[in-house]
Design a protein around this ligand. Structure first.
Ligand code: NAI
Length: 540
């Protein structure tokens, strides 16, 4: 254990092995800690009481975020124990929505850099830089270039808050061991003029490098990290749509990698539609989806939905007929000449339309999914038209953060006269409508990516496939109980996240073994095997 290597002051400053006031009398003697701590020996529970008491005194979520970030730097066991004690309360503080504001202010609230910052000026030396990280068996990395952080646009290296927060969730929500993960930001400059003028912006003060030089930089990174950490899984996060898709397409069949914005979102949205189909007693293949926004997230969801439609019996052509898209220039129809290659499969022979509400009357979707970053785009007319063509209109405003959500939960319930089935990207509080309480669902990738990380970590998976994401989506939907349904919920409760993640990880692992993609032999009891791999925050 690390404790043997460290003692005294440096042991207290090591977040992996620090126990603060919980070091026992024997440990205090053995590791030269006497005098460095107050006399009373406390339990983890007492420490949690103190931290929660202090958090209650702090008013603003961003300040709570800073406080918890500090704890991540000093005592990881304590931090992860606190988050897993009440996930629904703490996840919004360590990740969305608070992390959005934290990234915008990253340069101003930065205390102690965490993870690796690799700049394009270091091209040619990435391997050398990766070796500066002190841990030798890194298995998981979340990487961003800050190109499109949440729905907030280009935040340059201030986007580092995302890999840090996301990796904390891998641990808090599924038990991926924190010491084998590494947050990384790739600095290729920023086109954010405010940051370029800000003396506290900590990244390269230049416009983004694009084109060939950018692609070479990414390629060198992928090769280098696989050489330095041969069992690594790279999770790409918050790249600009076109870059995200290009990078994923280039590397997904070559190394162990995935993009959570594309594939994780796809899986959670698909889980929602599977779950709703069960709720309605309607076969999945009878769903028809219209996207508002046709970028990276829409593409990923649509692609996985098409695969699920096929798995449930439709031909590819029939499946594509169930998926429509609408972007900044209107409905994706054959006559348009401004569409990217990846959008082509979702183009239909139809009249062009620039009016989303009217397009609903024309296409009659059972569900609309907002992935446009345009707050308020699902206006009253949109929701009313969805209610005209459906008994139970499915409304998924998925854009983050909350201010970019295409509508609020209250709007969806009010304008649909309480008929909407609602799930959003960012959390909304329960809504009272005509004496009834509606609990909005949150299409939160957190039900997918930590479990994916755990399954990949445990099985030493060599690749990450779409079948693994479909297995994850089905496993999430399966865990929605009858009483959840009765309360209008289409996803499990976030407070059950650890249990849900374990079950999802088991289903993913089964798929990894079936597809012969595991780096280990199939264990007899997959549940037990995965359970034994889970990091459990307690003092040893
Ligand atoms: P993107 O930039 O690749 O795509 C945005 C799309 O919206 C483009 O097709 C664009 O044409 C369209 N759009 C923009 N303005 C529009 C308008 N006025 N009318 C119609 N369409 C418009 O972005 P990406 O990566 O697809 O992300 C979109 C949103 O999805 C973000 O807010 C992000 O936070 C959210 N997202 C949510 C996730 C979740 O779990 N809920 C996960 C991943 C992304």
């Amino acid at each position: 254990m690390m404790m043997k290597e460290k003692k005294g002051y440096s042991l207290l400053r090591n977040p992996h092995s620090n126990k603060d006031t919980a070091f026992t009398l024997e440990e205090r003697k053995l590791f030269h800690l006497e005098g460095l701590l107050p006399d009373k020996i406390e339990t983890l529970e007492t420490q949690i009481l103190r931290i929660k008491g202090q958090l209650n005194q702090i008013e603003l979520p961003i300040h709570k975020y800073s406080y918890l970030s500090n704890l991540l730097e000093t005592n990881q066991t304590l931090l992860f124990k606190i988050i897993s004690s009440e996930p629904a309360k703490f996840l919004p503080l360590v990740y969305t929505p608070t992390v959005g504001e934290a990234c915008q202010k990253f340069g101003h609230i930065l205390r102690r850099p965490r993870g690796l910052f690799i700049s394009i000026n270091q091209k040619g030396r990435i391997k050398e830089i990766l070796k500066n990280w002190p841990v030798k068996d890194i298995r998981f990395t979340v990487v961003t270039d800050g190109g499109r952080i949440l729905g907030l646009g280009d935040l340059g290296i201030n986007g580092m808050g995302i890999p840090i927060g996301k990796l904390a969730l891998y641990t808090a929500c599924a038990g991926v061991p924190p010491e084998c993960s590494l947050p990384i930001v790739l600095d290729v400059g920023t086109n954010n003029d405010d940051f370029l003028k800000d003396p506290l912006y900590p990244g390269l003060k230049q416009k983004r490098v694009t084109g060939e030089a950018y692609d070479e930089f990414i390629e060198e990174f992928v090769v280098a990290i696989n050489e330095v950490y041969p069992k690594i899984c790279i999770q790409w996060e918050d790249f600009k749509g076109v870059d995200a898709i290009r990078i994923l397409n280039k590397f997904q069949d070559k190394v162990c990698t995935y993009n959570d914005d594309i594939q994780g979102t796809a899986a959670i949205a698909t889980a929602g539609i599977i779950s709703i189909s069960r709720l309605m007693g309607k076969p999945f293949i009878e769903q028809r989806i219209l996207f508002f926004g046709a970028g990276a997230a829409a593409f990923g969801i649509a692609d996985l939905l098409v695969q699920k439609f096929q798995r449930d019996g439709l031909s590819k052509e029939e499946a594509l007929d169930h998926v429509w898209m609408f972007d900044i220039n209107g409905l994706l129809v054959k006559s348009r000449t401004d569409l990217a290659d990846y959008q082509q499969p979702f183009v239909h022979e139809s009249e062009p339309s620039n009016d989303f509400a009217k397009a609903i009357l024309q296409i009659k979707p059972t569900a609309i999914i907002g992935v446009s970053t345009v707050g308020g785009a699902f206006n009253q007319q949109v929701i009313e038209n969805m209610s005209l063509v459906n008994d139970r209109p499915v409304i998924f405003p998925y854009s983050n953060p909350t201010s970019h959500s295409e509508c609020t939960a209250e709007q969806a319930y009010t304008w649909s006269k309480g008929k909407a089935i609602f799930a959003s990207g960012s959390p909304f509080a329960p809504v009272m409508y005509e004496g009834k309480t509606f609990t909005p669902g949150q299409g939160n990738n957190v039900f997918i990516f930590p479990a994916m990380g755990l399954a990949i970590f445990a099985t030493k998976a060599k690749r990450v496939t779409d079948e693994m994401f479909i297995a994850a989506a089905e496993a999430v939907a399966e865990q929605v109980t009858q009483s959840d349904y009765e309360n209008g919920l289409i996803y499990p409760s976030v407070n059950d996240i650890l249990k849900v993640s374990l079950n999802v990880a088991i289903k993913i692992a089964e798929q990894v073994f079936t597809a012969r993609l595991a780096g280990i032999r199939r264990p007899k009891d997959i549940r037990l095997f995965i359970q034994n791999k889970i990091y459990d925050p307690h003092y040893v």
